[in-house]
Design a binder for this molecule. Structure first.
Ligand code: SAH
Length: 369
């Protein structure tokens, strides 16, 4: 973090506030007050952090602007999935999805506006790449979700005792599977995830944070050296280079052999299994022969596989496979003793596949709330 110029407040690590306070010639305890204000009291402006003197609040507002993203559209699916379209300072739009389940709430966050990788079936790259999101813009998506969770939480049966502060409801899982390629924006993404994970930040457990990459090999190598416990998913989608190269241009740069070797090294180095995402597309990669090839590819590889039936997107003529075919595919992998799950598609009626809501909003005028 540079302590000169302006840095968005949510992009500062809780541990960095000490240095910031020193530089502002403030006593060390101010750092704690700032962190408490940001992540426990959920301040949306410095003005509201009344534990701090007014002068300091004004300085912080100038040096470390605190500007919550504005929600320009919310879409609720029948199954409880809620999708938010947020406006950045420069008017660009970012989408994030809140997925409640019985056990905990999962949030899907975006890392870039648009995407340069151009996977054929993905809505995020259909309008190309616009820009990276800053760490604060990534953290800001989670703060926006916290606000939604707080505002929709059932009232507590008993009010907390005097002095007791209700804790801020927060997502239990974060999946970095929204718009963008996280490893193409490595530094900002890792900074944001460290803030989300930090005990004095949002305190979301590292094993509840999943990074998904389309297969940027240098990013996987770099993550392997970080000593962090985040989960890693790799979008595989096909069992051979020919088809993968057609669907995912990234394969031309880092073909399957390089990718799988890197994943194997990752597991050896970190002791953590990689999950391979495999989006099933009707008649393209969902046939029994594809399952057989995938089994051959992964047979000796310690890993997990997650099957995802395609969410149809504008601009790609692939179709969602029949449920029965998905089950046959799943069964083949399980019989081969490959640890496989199938993702239930949720939020279909709100375009919850990555990039879809923004794509629609670019193609149509947006309803402003
Ligand atoms: N760029 C990263 C993360 C974003 S996409 C990556 O590629 O992994 C998150 C997951 O959703 C990826 O596995 C991606 O391939 C998949 N995906 C994208 N579009 C999809 C669609 N229309 N239907 C189903 N899955 C899709």
């Amino acid at each position: 973090m540079s302590l000169t110029g302006t840095t968005a407040a949510w992009g500062v690590l809780p541990s960095e506030w000490h240095a910031a306070c020193q530089e502002l010639q403030q006593p060390a305890f101010r750092a704690k007050q700032i962190v408490t204000g940001l992540y426990q009291d959920f301040a949306e402006s410095w003005e509201s952090v009344t534990t701090l003197p007014a002068g300091l609040r004004a300085t912080l507002a100038e040096r470390f602007p605190l500007a919550p993203p504005v929600t320009v559209q919310t879409s609720d699916a029948e199954d409880g999935v809620r999708k938010l379209l947020l406006a950045c300072d420069d008017g660009e739009r970012v989408e994030t999805v809140i997925i409640p389940s019985k056990a905990r709430v999962t949030q899907c966050v975006s890392t870039q506006i648009g995407c340069a990788l151009g996977c054929a079936f993905c809505a995020s790259g259909k309008h190309g790449f616009t820009r990276d999101l800053g760490a604060a813009e990534i953290v800001g998506q989670v703060m926006a979700a916290c606000r939604v969770l707080r505002d929709t939480a059932a009232p507590r049966p008993t009010s907390p005792g005097p002095g007791a502060k209700p804790s801020l409801p927060r997502p239990g899982n974060i999946v970095v599977m929204g718009m963008g390629e996280p490893f193409a924006n490595y530094d900002n993404v890792m900074r944001a995830l460290r803030i989300l994970n930090h005990q004095q930040g949002l305190n979301i457990g590292a094993r509840h944070i999943t990074i998904s990459t389309c297969g940027l090999v240098p990013g996987i190598r770099r993550l392997a050296g970080e000593g962090l416990q985040f989960e890693l998913s790799v979008s595989l989608h096909t069992p051979d280079d020919e088809l993968r190269g057609r669907l995912m241009p990234v394969n031309r740069r880092w073909p399957l052999q390089d990718l799988l070797e890197t994943c194997r090294d990752y597991t050896e180095k970190t002791g953590r299994l990689v999950t391979f995402e495999y989006t099933l597309i009707k008649n393209l990669n969902d046939r029994p022969e594809h399952a057989a090839r995938l089994i051959r590819l992964l047979r000796h590889m310690p890993c997990k596989v997650n099957l995802i039936p395609l969410s149809p997107v504008d601009g790609f003529d692939g179709r969602r496979p029949d449920h029965a075919d998905c089950l046959v595919f799943l069964d083949a992998l399980l019989k081969a003793k490959i640890n496989t799950t199938m993702r239930r598609s949720r939020g279909k009626d709100v375009d919850a596949a990555c990039g879809q809501l923004r794509l629609r909003s670019l193609n149509q005028p947006t309803r402003t709330l």
